[in-house]
Design a protein around this ligand. Structure first.
Ligand SMILES: [Zn+2]
Length: 300
């Protein structure tokens, strides 16, 4: 029997335990230096200008409180993702997040990159230091992921088998280099890359599934996918659950906590809904998405 998900935020931890899981693994969470986080929140405060929609950040608390909230949901491990919007910022963020992950045992060390002459060097450093996950943000960074300044870095990440969460879809905003067909250029050169398509490629969900079918190391994350907020902007295809069956072991849990305009339980209800509506998914799928697959990718 499949459960339809937690009814409220305070039901999340109990619901997770009911699935016989030691906890959940959230592969798409953001922790940033305080000043950067404040700028991100200011951006969401004026979301109506950027996106034409209100985006009240739900978990707008200090860092310790955010960590406590995440843990209260039964999150056992998470990937704190950082990303630069300009040159000479990535390495600084990498240093910051490595210190953060060293302090917080449930945070896996992560890193990011930007097309700049130092990228291959600091990506190699990050891999040597034991980073378990990368994040690349094509829309915020406004760069071409196929830029030759990134080619060695992609190669090194692929070789190491370390997953990279890539925001390369058109949602919620188009960028100069967004679009899954652009990122496919990277996969063509580095077909062994373990790439996690953030937001399941939103709004090009079906193209994302097609990439996963073509490249066995391509995964999709659930971040903001299928929740009521997103369904109004970028709805899933009606047969989404059916389509997931073919790649059910390559879907990983992600949420965008804390920068989401709704509470955490919404994401879990969306995923539980997919599991429930398709017999071939069910609880096995939930355990895979919420724990087993992301845990494996993060080197669990
Ligand atoms: Zn994100």
């Amino acid at each position: 029997m499949t459960v339809p998900g937690p009814a409220t935020p305070s039901d999340v931890a109990t619901w997770v335990r009911s699935l016989d899981l030691p906890g959940i693994v959230d592969m798409h969470v953001h922790f940033l230096p305080e000043a950067v986080m404040r700028k991100v929140w200011a951006y969401f405060d004026s979301a109506e200008e950027h996106y034409g929609i209100r985006w009240p950040v739900y978990y707008r608390t200090d860092e310790q409180q955010r960590l406590a909230t995440l843990r209260s949901f039964g999150v056992a491990r998470f990937a704190p993702l950082v990303y630069p919007h300009k040159p000479e910022m990535a390495e600084w963020l990498n240093t910051w997040v490595s210190q953060f992950a060293a302090r917080e045992p449930d945070a896996v060390p992560t890193a990011t990159m930007y097309p700049e002459p130092t990228a291959s060097r600091y990506v190699a450093d990050a891999l040597r230091s034991g980073v378990r996950c990368f994040k690349v943000h094509v829309q915020v960074g406004d760069f071409d992921p196929r830029d030759e300044l990134l080619d060695d870095a992609w190669g090194a990440i692929a070789e190491a088998g370390v997953p990279v969460v890539v925001h390369c879809g058109h949602g919620p905003l188009r960028g100069t280099y967004t679009g899954l067909e652009v990122f496919e250029g990277v996969l063509e050169r580095h077909p062994r890359l373990v790439a996690v398509l953030a937001h399941a490629g939103m709004p090009e969900y079906v193209t994302a599934l097609r990439l996963a079918a073509r490249y066995p190391r391509v995964y999709l994350d659930t971040t903001m996918v299928g929740v009521e907020f997103t369904e109004r902007l970028a709805p899933l295809p009606p047969d989404w659950s059916r389509q997931l069956v073919a790649v059910s072991d390559r879907i990983v849990f992600g949420t965008d906590f804390p920068n989401i305009p709704y509470s955490y339980d919404n994401q879990l209800r969306a995923i539980a809904g997919w599991a429930e509506s398709e017999d071939a998914l069910g609880e096995t799928f939930l355990r895979s998405v919420l724990h087993d697959t992301p845990n494996k990718l993060l080197g669990g």
